[in-house]
Structures are given as C-alpha cells and as structure tokens.
Ligand binder design. Sequence first.
Ligand code: FE2
Length: 253
Amino acid sequence: MTDFISVLDRMIADRKKMTSPLYQTILAGKATERLLQGFVQHRWPIKSLWTRNILGIASNIDDYRIRRLLVENIYEEETGALSNSGRHLNTFADFGAAVGVTAEQLENAPIEPETAAVVTHNVRVCNSRESHFTSGVASVLLLMEGQPPIVDGAGVSMLSVMRDIYELPEKGYEFFVHHASADEGADAVSELEDEHAEAARDLLRRYCTTDLLKAQAVDALGKALELRHRHFDMILATSYDSAEPVFRHGAGQ
Ligand SMILES: [Fe+2]
C-alpha cells in the first residue's frame, strides 16, 4: 500500500513542472510578454475547472473526516475565507492582468487540443462514472497538491522570478505566494498544500484498495502527466520566440 503511493509520488516528482522547458524558460527569467500572456490564457481553462473536479471526487467520499477536508480545501479555493484573502482563481487573473491579459481574454480563453485533452481527462476521472474516483485522486488531486516546489537549482522560484526579474507589483505575484512557489528553500510548499497532499494519500489508502484500482490509478496518473507536458510544450511552442524582448512590468508602454 505504502509502496503503491510512493510509486505515484515518484511519478509526480520525476515529471515535476521544473522538468518542463516552459517552466525552465520562465524561471530562467527569459519569458517574453507573449509567453506570459499565453501561459495565463492557456492555463485558465484547466484552472477554472479545478474546484469542480475536486467536488466531483468529494461527492464519492463516505468518510466524513476526509470529505470535510476536501470541502474545506474547495471552500478556501472558492472564497479565500479561511485565509482571509479572496477566491484563488482571482489571484491568477490578477497575475494575468499584470502581464496584460484582460478579463475578456480570459472569458474567451483559447482551448487548444492539448488543453482540451487535459480538461477532458480531468473531467473523466473526477466528474464522470467512466472511471473510479480514485483515478481522479491520483491523477488530478495528488498531482496538483503533491507537486514539488517550482524552484530551480539556484533557488529561484516562480514567486521570486515574478517579483524580482519580471518586476510584477504585489497584486500580480500574490498567486505565487500561496501556490507551491514560495522561495524559502526547497521545502517551500505551503503547509496547506502539504495537508492537502496528505488528504489525497489518505483517500488512496482508504479507497484505492484492489490491484485493479491501483493499476488504473497509476495509468491515469501516467496519462495525466503525459497530457500536461504536451499542454506545457504547446504553450511554449505557440507563445515563445526568444528573439522578442524579455518581459518587464511597466516597460515598453
Ligand atoms: Fe489555490
């Protein structure tokens, strides 16, 4: 059992975000305005569905304690009420605004095939009866909450690069203060995310108990990892040209 969960954790670590050229480019301080705008617009359709994906999982959980943890997680996501902030998705929109993406552009965010494939996978494993919800726990919930910090070898994080290199104002980088991105060293995943990842592992220990379910969960995670990296590669391929100037907030207008 522990072994099964450590297999999932290892799969996630082996293909963590920092293994993607997209994140490497952003962390290296080489992102252009068009890349950061494309990043926000292409990530948006997936991020917008996150809370509903997790609610789909929660509806299957008969264990009150674990269901309550998921509901609290989603309540905080949707309202920011537990941390006295705001809806988390709005802070991602604020990041978008800081790099020049308008609310109208987010409402009409492009859905490329690589994005649609991720969305379709997430809905299938979390919100449909086509697969067992434990596949959703492994390939959506654990993948997100168990994501290692996005930090490069020199200790640069999404937070520090947004603040110090791209010079975003505080409102523009607030999203990264709370999401696997803080820069107090390699263990800088927030306590909340640690707790959420532990809840996902609890769920798997409790409900992913047969060889078939375990195999399906491993399959689903493998597929999710493949699809998300294709989605990341699409963003870099369609939105990046290294000949364009590197983005600086407030420059060039
Ligand atoms: Fe969040």
